[in-house]
Design a protein around this ligand. Structure first.
Ligand code: NAD
Length: 373
């Protein structure tokens, strides 16, 4: 049989990938199920071959194996091109004297896979801006991509405590960064900016901290040498805390270290008005990326079938974009989500007391919109 050129070209673009699904606990199970349906539909519509392998993490893993991240899960993740995670935790495992906690699974997977960059898009849906605590004219059109360094800085530097001669205590943490840790996250930010509005804002405290002066110097060197086409600026962390809520539209890509990023991304997550819509990715130098919604396992609504699956569905879109390099497919999912919101469909968390659809129905609506475009 002679195959047509168009057929061969299409086949060459087909992607074969194993995706690890780690639903975790609580609503994690419900929202990952909806995102999986979307990924299956992407494979079918665009001719890719995705295989899905499930692993345990968090409380369910502790129940089954005594470990929050069993070795088997880690092996599944290492053998996969990307990981989609739901959420971990819940009151059942909240016992402070427990040997291990569900969250230990998250910290371990990040460390084991060398996931040094946390990527968080903060995009205000035009259909939900009225849900934001900020004025519509400030929030409408916000589209920021945060890169937070995840494995260095104050959270990982030397720390300690000592008792002073007078009985009082002294404690310390060390903010520490080496050049290579700064270079690699700045590069990711620079690359991302090229596909966007070509601007990177670096946030630091270089007027006070030596570690920030190294951060700034390294940022300038990498950006000038490797991304001369991208506009750059420096903003001090204290000023950034103000600008993020007074003029968020000024920012495109923002890159910062661990502690500043932790605080700024939580502040930023309030801009779009609902946590149920925000995905995030954690990326390493090589190996699989980890994609998840920013919310937790929501034990108060788990099992009721009312959780909002959109953050996890958007995390699946990030997975397609960043780990499988399938931009068209990612955009198709994002457009489908926008379409569903534009038609007024809402889960309870964003319905403002109005009529609401279930988790499964919201998943179906996005799937229908995706198949229709
Ligand atoms: P949470 O994000 O789970 O819930 C906060 C509130 O938001 C709750 O009222 C919940 O019902 C609501 N909510 C969250 N996601 C929602 C969604 N998709 N749809 C509708 N409503 C949603 O935070 P929490 O209550 O502080 O924590 C609950 C558990 O989750 C804890 O055990 C915590 O440790 C864990 N947690 C896990 C992660 C993670 O896995 N990455 C992140 C945060 C919290």
């Amino acid at each position: 049989m002679k195959l047509s050129k168009a057929y061969l070209f299409e086949k060459a673009l087909a992607v074969r990938a194993q995706i690890a699904l780690l639903p975790g606990d609580g609503i994690g199970v419900e929202v990952v199920a909806e995102a999986e349906k979307l990924l299956q539909a992407v494979a079918k519509k665009f001719g890719h071959e995705f295989s899905f392998v499930r692993g345990l993490i968090g409380g369910c893993a502790i129940d089954a194996t005594g470990e929050a991240l069993p070795d088997e899960t880690l092996s599944i993740c290492r053998a996969s091109q990307a990981i989609l995670l739901g959420a971990v935790g819940g009151p059942k495992w909240d016992n402070p004297s427990a040997k291990t906690r569900p969250e230990a699974g998250l910290l371990k997977i990040r460390k084991e896979l060398g996931l040094f960059a946390n990527v968080r898009p903060i995009k205000a849906s035009p259909y939900l801006v009225q849900a934001s605590p900020l004025k519509t004219e400030i929030v409408a059109g916000v589209d920021i991509l945060f890169f937070r360094e995840l494995t260095g800085g104050l959270y990982f530097g030397e720390s300690g405590r000592k008792t002073n001669p007078d009985g009082s205590e002294t404690a310390f943490n060390t903010m520490i960064y080496s050049t290579y840790e700064i270079e690699r996250i700045v590069r990711l930010a620079g690359q991302a900016a090229r596909g966007r509005r070509k601007k990177v804002t670096s946030v630091d405290k270089a007027n006070v901290l030596e570690v920030s002066r190294l951060w700034r110097q390294t940022f300038d060197r990498v950006m000038q040498a490797e991304f001369p086409d991208v506009q750059t600026e420096h903003v001090l962390i204290d000023a950034m805390a103000m600008h993020l809520i007074s003029k968020p539209k000024n920012f495109d890509v923002v890159v910062t270290e661990n502690l500043f990023g932790d605080i700024l991304t939580d502040e930023g997550s309030m801009l779009p008005g609902s946590m149920g819509l925000l995905p995030s990715a954690s990326l390493g130098a090589d190996g699989p990326g980890l994609y998840e919604p920013i919310h937790g396992s929501a034990p108060d609504i788990a099992g009721k079938g009312i959780a909002n699956p959109l953050a996890t569905i958007l995390a699946a879109a990030m997975l397609l974009r960043h780990s499988l390099h399938l931009e068209t497919e990612a955009v198709a999912i994002e457009k489908a989500v926008d379409h569903v919101l534009s038609r007024g469909h809402r889960t309870a968390d964003i319905a403002g007391g109005g009529p609401a659809v279930s988790t499964v129905r919201m998943g179906e609506l996005v799937l229908e919109a995706f198949l229709a475009v």
